[in-house]
Design a protein around this ligand. Structure first.
Ligand code: PEP
Ligand code: MN
Length: 463
C-alpha cells in the first residue's frame, strides 16, 4: 500500500488522497470555530498524542467483519446516541459492557454463530443536527452538537476547541477502563448475570425467554464444571466506534503507521484513523463528492455508511467503489435505517444494487432499527419498541427472500433503567416517559428492552 491513495474521478483525473484532502471538498455539518487560534492549538496537541487504538486491533476487527460479510459471524453494535464526558465513570461503562455481553450470549445461542461486539463508546461525542439553533425557555441558542463541540447547558453552547482535546482524554480513559475491566474478568462467564424476567407480562413470551435463559445458565454451569477455562471463555473482545463527523478530530488522529499485515522486510505503511476501531459516515454526510466520503476513502479502518430513505440505489455502488476499491470483504458495513413503514419498499432494491454487482458478498448488512422510527410525544422524542422490532423483523425476512445475509444490528441502548422508548415487555406507556428520561439526544433502549430484542432475534434464527 502506498502512502497516498489515488482514485479516478468522474472527469477521469486521478485525485490524490491525503489526510487533509477532504478540506478541498464541500462539507455538511461542519463547525465554524470562531476561535481559530484555539482550534490550531488543540489540533496540534492532538497530533502529538499517541494513538487511542492500534492498527493491529483495527486489522483484527476487519478480519472479524470479513467473517460477518461471509455469513459466518454476527455483528452486535450498540451504545448511546450521544455519549457525554460525564458517562466516563466505572458503573456506566461496566453496565454497557455487561449488557452487550449478555445480548451477545443470547445471539450466539440463537444464531449459532460467533458474535463480534462493537460499542458506540469511547468517542461517540459529535452529533449532526437538523437545526443550527433551538429555543430553550424562550431563548434561541445554538443546538447542542455533542460534548466534543459544545456543552449541553444553554450557557455553554459556543463552540469550544479545547473540547477536542478533552474528547481525546475521555475516549482514552473510557477505553482504558473497558480494557482493564475485560482483562480483569468482567466478562468472565462463570460470574452470575442478572437474567430475571419478572418484568415480562406476556406468559408466552416469558416461557420463550425462560427457555433461552435456562439453556444459557446450564451451558455456562457446564463449562465451569468441565473446567473449560480457555482464554476465549473468560475474556471478550469489545471494539469501539463512533460517527466520524468531526473531521478536524479524525484527521488529527489519522497516522501513517506500519501495516501489521505486511512482512517486516517490506515495511509497508498505511493510514489508520486511531480514534476508534470502526467509524461510520452518518445519514446526513454521505454525499459522494463531499468531504466525509473523501476523508474515509483513504483510511484502513472498517467503515460504516448509514443508508436511508434518501439514499438512491445508484449511490450505493458509487459509494462502495469509492470507499472500497479493492473490494475487501468486511471493509464496508451498510447500516440500513428506513423506518418500519418504509423498509419493505426500499430495502430490496438496495440489496439488489449491491448483490448483483461486483461487490456481491463483500458488505456487512446491518440493521439500525432506531433512526427511522423516531417520533415525538408532545415535545419528547421517543421510539416504539414495536416499530423497532417490526423494522428488524422485516429486514430479516427481506434478506432471507433476497438470498443475502443480515449480518448485524446497530442499536442505541444503555445499561440503565431509562424510560425513553415505549413498549417492550414492561409495557412502558407515554406517561412513563418522564420517569427516567435522561438521554441528551435520541431515545435509547433500556437494559430490559435491549435484551428482549436479542431474544427476538435469537427466536427468528431458531424458528
Ligand atoms: C446516529 O446514529 O446517532 C445518527 C445520527 O444516525 P443517522 O446518521 O442514521 O441519522
Ligand atoms: Mn442517534
Amino acid at each position: 500500500m502506498s502512502t497516498t491513495t489515488t482514485s479516478l474521478e468522474a472527469n477521469g483525473h486521478a485525485s490524490v488522497w491525503t489526510p487533509d484532502s477532504w478540506r478541498s471538498k464541500p462539507i455538511k455539518q461542519c463547525p465554524e470555530y470562531p476561535n481559530k487560534e484555539g482550534l490550531a492549538k488543540s489540533v496540534s496537541e492532538l497530533k502529538r498524542l499517541p494513538p487511542i487504538v492500534h492498527p493491529r486491533e483495527i486489522v483484527r476487527l476487519k478480519q472479524h467483519l470479513r467473517d460477518v460479510a461471509q455469513g459466518k459471524a454476527f455483528l452486535l453494535q450498540g451504545g448511546d446516541c450521544a455519549e457525554l464526558f460525564d458517562y466516563c465513570e466505572p458503573r456506566a461503562i461496566e453496565s454497557k459492557i455487561k449488557l452487550l455481553l449478555q445480548m451477545s450470549l443470547v445471539l450466539i445461542w440463537g444464531a449459532d454463530k460467533r458474535v463480534v461486539r462493537i460499542g458506540r463508546m469511547a468517542g461517540q461525542y459529535a452529533k449532526p443536527r437538523s437545526s443550527p439553533t433551538e429555543v430553550i425557555n424562550g431563548r434561541e441558542v445554538p443546538s447542542f452538537r455533542g460534548d466534543i463541540l459544545n456543552g449541553f447547558h444553554p450557557d455553554e453552547r459556543e463552540l469550544d476547541p479545547s473540547r477536542l482535546v478533552k474528547a481525546y482524554h475521555y475516549s482514552a480513559a473510557t477505553l482504558n477502563y473497558i480494557r482493564a475491566a475485560i482483562s480483569s474478568g468482567i466478562a468472565d462467564l462463570s460470574r452470575p448475570l442478572d437474567w430475571s424476567l419478572g418484568h415480562v407480562r406476556d406468559p408466552k413470551l416469558k416461557a420463550k425467554y425462560q427457555e433461552a435463559v435456562d439453556f444459557l445458565k446450564e451451558m455456562l454451569a457446564f463449562m465451569n464444571t468441565i473446567g473449560a477455562e480457555s482464554d476465549k471463555l473468560h475474556t471478550v473482545d469489545l471494539y469501539t466506534s463512533h460517527e466520524g463527523l468531526l473531521l478536524e478530530y479524525e484527521e488529527a488522529l489519522t497516522r501513517l503507521l506500519e501495516d501489521p499485515t505486511s512482512p517486516p522486510s517490506e515495511n509497508r505503511k498505511a493510514y489508520y484513523d486511531t480514534s476508534a476501531h470502526f467509524l461510520w459516515i452518518g445519514d446526513r454526510t454521505r454525499q459522494l463528492d463531499h468531504a466525509h466520503v473523501e476523508f474515509f476513502r483513504g483510511i484502513e479502518n472498517p467503515i460504516g455508511v448509514k443508508v436511508g430513505p434518501t439514499t438512491p440505489a445508484e449511490d450505493l455502488l458509487a459509494l462502495l467503489r469509492t470507499l472500497n476499491p479493492k473490494r475487501e470483504p468486511g471493509k464496508i458495513t451498510l447500516i440500513t435505517r428506513y423506518g418500519a413503514s418504509k423498509v419493505a419498499s426500499l430495502l430490496p432494491a438496495h440489496i439488489r444494487a449491491v448483490e448483483d454487482s461486483e461487490y456481491r458478498g463483500t458488505v456487512v448488512w446491518q440493521c439500525d432499527p432506531m433512526h427511522g422510527n423516531t417520533q415525538s410525544v408532545g415535545n419528547i422524542k421517543t421510539r416504539r419498541f414495536s416499530d423497532i422490532f417490526s423494522e428488524l423483523q422485516q429486514t430479516l425476512r427481506i434478506h432471507k427472500e433476497q438470498g443475502s445475509y443480515l449480518g448485524g444490528v446497530h442499536l442505541e441502548l444503555t445499561g440503565d433503567a431509562v424510560t425513553e422508548c415505549l413498549g417492550g415487555s414492561e409495557g412502558l406507556v407515554e406517561d412513563d416517559l418522564s420517569t427516567n428520561y435522561t438521554t441528551f439526544c435520541d431515545p435509547r433502549l433500556n437494559e430490559k428492552q435491549a435484551l428482549e430484542l436479542a431474544f427476538l432475534i435469537a427466536d427468528h434464527y431458531r424458528s
